[in-house]
Design a protein. Structure first.
Length: 216
């Protein structure tokens, strides 16, 4: 059975989502975002995910804000990281700038920069001219990235099909909106994206994980 668990969902920012699917008796999991709590949230210490108890196959990032990527360096090094191509370059630019500053944290920024430049670990979404290519290499999952409007450029929501033998068609369809906003030119087109792509072929969403910045 496909399972969805959210962490730190009782605050603005810092939400972490883990989705589980079982394939031939084996458990596979993906994580969406792993960031820091925002200042003013009242959280004294971020929760600690148990990577050994519930291993993750891959981590997907919706965008590059700190409450979504801020704990990237805590993710075990064998886990692949998925993000937008521009988002990756923005994060690289930030770390390159911080490395040049003579501070005690320079070594930490060097390590994060090395991770972000590691092409064997960091994987970016591929645009085929009409949509971003679906990610199928994680057992039990098909992940479709869709661009959304946000104050961070190159932000995404994810349509996830997870194998679930208890569902009529053998899969659970999950829409994780990412941190979107509903105003502005692109924000107003979000419903069109949902109607055309998400519901294409009569597909229906079973579970909605929503994290909107500004909604009417």
């Amino acid at each position: 059975m496909a399972e969805i668990i959210t962490y730190q969902e009782n605050q603005i920012g810092g939400c972490v989502t883990v989705i589980t699917a079982c394939v031939n008796g084996e458990t596979h999991r993906i994580m969406i975002d792993y960031g820091s709590s925002l200042e003013g949230s009242g959280v004294q210490e971020d929760f600690k995910y148990d990577w050994a108890e519930a291993p993750i196959d891959a981590v997907f990032f919706t965008h590059y804000h700190g409450d979504h990527v801020g704990r990237l360096m805590e993710i075990p090094e064998e886990i692949p990281l998925y993000m937008g191509e521009v988002a990756r370059q923005v994060m690289i630019n930030i770390q390159e700038a911080l490395v040049r500053k003579p501070t005690a944290e320079a070594l930490i920024h060097e390590r994060e920069l090395a991770v972000l430049k590691d092409n064997s670990r960091v994987r970016t979404f591929s645009w085929n001219g009409k949509y971003y290519e679906h990610i199928t290499e994680i057992p039990g999952f098909v992940i479709e990235p869709y661009s959304v409007d946000h104050s961070a450029y190159d932000a995404y929501m994810f349509l996830i099909e997870a194998i679930d033998e208890n569902m009529p068609d053998g899969k659970k369809v999950i829409l994780h909106t990412g941190d979107f906003r509903g105003h502005g030119r692109r924000g107003k087109r979000m419903l069109d994206v949902v109607k055309y792509y998400i519901h294409k072929g009569g597909r229906k969403v079973d579970t909605l994980v929503i994290e909107g910045t500004m909604m009417s």
